[in-house]
Design a protein around this ligand. Sequence first.
Ligand SMILES: [Zn+2]
Length: 244
Amino acid sequence: MDFDFTKDEILTLVLLQDAETQRVKIQSSIDTLLEEIETRRAKLLEQEELVKRAQYMFNEEQKLYREKEQEAKARQDLIDKNQQRISSIKTNKEYAAVLREIDDQKKKKASVEETMLLSMEKLEAVEKQLLKVQIAYTAEEKRISEETEKLLKEVEEQKKDLLEAEKQRTLSKEKVPQKLAQLFERVTKRVKPPILVSADNAVCSGCHMNIPAQTYNELHKLNNLKLCPFCERILFLNCILEEN
Ligand SMILES: [Zn+2]
């Protein structure tokens, strides 16, 4: 298949492809930066989860300790109340009952106090853990926010470049003749970029196969574009485009 185009027309297509390659490269770089930001955000969220969990455990243990404290106080109140009753007791039977009640409350209070001691130990341990993860989180948050700020600045810069590349692409596109654009479109549907490839030294730079001598010779004729017989990309010769 032969395609007749002027050298200048082919050149517009080369420029369009360059602009498109540049645009894709910048977009991919932006995507990578955004992924890096997201990875950091996710990492910080994980750390935040650790702080929340440690805080929850501390709160729960503190609640338990306070409940036991209340219970110990309630038992002590009962002991005090019963002891106050002793002076007004009339019978031995009643006296024995009150003493039993006091003894019972004392035992229960002692057991609660034992639990409180264990709870206090645990509370100290979870508080230590909470402080540790809080400190780690604060440091990580500072580091990540600094890094993210830098990355975002980089993204902003690249977005400006992207706009510029898009502008260049639009400008180049306007200059490409319709027939050539249609050919480019058609080939684009069949192969991966680059679509337009140089074939200097009789090698297709798209698939790296040696192109037949006849095809290569015909490429030297002015106004001639050919497709690579192997990968079907559009072939052109740099040496011809560079000639005046
Ligand atoms: Zn090829």
